[in-house]
Design a protein around this ligand. Sequence first.
Ligand code: FRU
Length: 485
Amino acid sequence: MRQWTLEERYRVLKSPDEIRDLHDKITASVYSQNYHVQPVTGLSSDPNGFAYYEGKWHLFFQWCPWGAVHGLKYWYHASSPDLVTWENEGIGLSPDTFYDNKGCHSGSAFAKGNDLYFFYTGNHRDENWVRTPFTCAAKMTEDGKLEKLEKPLFGPREDYAEHQRDPKIIYVPEKKKYYIFIGAQTLDKKGTALMYESEDLLTGWRFAGQLNVPGYEDFGGMWECPCIVNISGKDVLIFSPQYTTLPGRGNSTNHNVYFIGKMDYDTLTFTPEGDYQYLDFGFDFYAAQCAANVADPDKAILVAWIGLPDNHYPTEEEDWEGSMCLPRELRIVDGKLVQTPVADIASLRTGEAEANGTLPKICELEVSFSGGDAALDLFTKADGSGGFTIRYDDAARKLTVDRTGMDKRFNEKVFETLDVDMPDGLKSISVFIDACSVELFLNGGEKTFTSHIYPTADEHNYTVSANGAVKIYTLGCSVENNFVV
Ligand code: FRU
């Protein structure tokens, strides 16, 4: 694993020519994605500034140009008419002011009238590397570029730790106010969110208080990337708690969870209807964000980073890593969150392949099971050995995903095997395979499982238990990943 100096990680990008060769490495990689948004070079992490605006979806993500390393972060911009076909638009935000001198960190967007606004964390560090996080704003100009406001909306609070970041903006019509949720850490190192309010988008911001989530006063050490969305009249609070292990999540200390409940803006209290839930049960899923300005009140659109902080992936050797997951539709059905890939994803199908035990390189599998124990082993060798195994134990109502059989193993100390409780049994699995990712939608999206996967040339077969019926669709390419910087 390459060791990076601080200077290398925080180098400022002066010209696209400096990274052209790095882009060639991604283009040449067998693990370069085909229908998932990925970086032009280096590392992509959290989705940012996701919104629907004037007939287009705008998605930004955290981007470090120099390699598979977390360093100086830019916002990289991609756009799409349909959440399936994506075009690279180049850099959205560069760390080029006093307030964001060491990174334009995560944040959100909001379209109002004819304008699209962005709210992000300016990660300022002084010469002693002491951090001051500022909440900054920007606006999209007519040529699609982002123009920053000269001054931040507000700075950090001194009665909380330096971890105050990732503004999520929403408008609450009943209160005629905008609110910003900020992921934070208390001085005694507990995760929380801070709330700010204003009648205007760009002025008048005041601290409203700390978000209360009764029962969750001591839940992880930092809540990264808070997000709140209303679906069919219920509030869904999403965030990524870290610095703690959680049941069933191996040794990982980075998670992405949600609650369904009710947000009371008078008392700043989110009352959950039940326990927290994992947003996704896979090995690599973090920092999910819902798009702003989705017109349909019964659904939200969500994107997350396929990756986890602190983890390392085999493409580090090629100086890049990370991608976005497929955009998902979130609905509430019978009081539960259901996630499905956006409907237009079906337009990517180029044909049906024979279900003969071979996996096309990029494909979708629809597997239905008729009951009892079940197995679906993906990326096995020709003799059926190895692979990414999905086994369902009907008596225990538990599904186990195990990737220890793959040639390329990674993050072994974090986890390689994970369980998913399936109280209603296993009826179906939809599988989306791209060059370095696999996404499972279980029982029509009741639960999901997202992971990186790096199959070698010998690992392109599958086996399924006798009670499983498989349909395979080959998929086309919808992300060209042109070199636009
Ligand atoms: C989450 C995160 C955010 C931060 C960003 C920096 O992965 O740590 O809290 O804004 O990444 O890249």
